[in-house]
Design a protein around this ligand. Sequence first.
Ligand SMILES: *Cc1c(COP(=O)(O)O)cnc(C)c1O
Length: 384
Amino acid sequence: MTNRYRIETLAVHAGHAVDGGTGAVTEAIQLSTTFERDVDGGYERGYMYGRNRNPNRSSLESALAALEGGAACAAFSSGVAAATSIFQGLAPGDHVIAPRDGYYGTSNVLRHLFAKWGIATSFVDMTQLDAVRASLTPSTRIVWIETPSNPLLRCVDIAGLAELAHAHGARAVADNTFASPIIQQPLALGCDLVTYSTTKYLGGRGDVLGGVVICRADDEHFAQIRAAQVFGGAVPSPFDCWLLMRSLSTLPYRMQAHCSNAQQLAQFLEASPLVAAVHYPGLESSPFHAVAKRQMSRFGGMLSFELKGGKEAAMALAANVGLFTRATSFGSVESLIEHHASIAGPHSTAPQGLLRVSAGIEHIDDLVDDLASALSRLPRGDAA
Ligand SMILES: *Cc1c(COP(=O)(O)O)cnc(C)c1O
């Protein structure tokens, strides 16, 4: 499906077709793991074995390639498997530049799996283009971009980083999970690959684990990623692909609600005397507002804030809320709150007094009332 359609239309139609055999408007779930050979031994119909290719996966991949304006897409069984496939396309001796505050699971893969296969990573503060420039070596193959970052919602200049990477013969890869293709399009900003954990906004219900990689050009690095998918076998189930297709159709409208609620929660928290700092790129007070405004159409559904009372106040607030669920992950219809430092491991940049919020799509007044009531029940003295 071509990009003359707007994203709301693509979200409903891309990858969908009426079934030629039955007339079914909604795609069936194709569970068969094996497919009939033609009499000449070939596979004219395109499907041979479920690990290689499956109709539900093909639909999902073409929908996401269209939404992103990319040439092709490969779907995986988790976001981390998708990220891993990108590094599996590298060779020993290659070098990666990744953000110091990148997603914990991705840095785990780099530190614990790829380091011993001879792929070195420099973890850099990517808000500083000079720091990235200084870390580039002749072996650098990938500049890994995550913006907004987790959990401090720091934003980096995607176009600037892509240009820098290309000037040094490296590829720019964006993990766009925090933003979604609805509000930020890294391929259009110059990146070569974009990856998502579809577990988050794309799935949107907290009931599917998955990931995808979408490429700007179906080149030899993408062929390696496809090989990691098909030979490596970390593929999503037909049912998970079907669930994701169902979710994608409402993604543009869900994102509007997530973004609007997050913006209003950030403004409410910024006005509270118990709150020391609010991290949200949609706030004019954010040091990342200008860069975010250049490359995002809205500012996303994630925010974090720090309580003046530190860890104790943060834990107490998370215990006091009624509507927000204390849980990790994000991007689902229900609002979540988490004390990030306790789950994010030793390399985390999360302050102890920080709570991360995934704004759901509930009514904003109910969310604000719940936080206001929880804040009012914090032990006295936490405003000190
Ligand atoms: C969750 C997440 C991932 C990993 O995805 P899984 O589906 O949990 O494997 C990668 N990147 C970011 C930014 C994430 O939030």
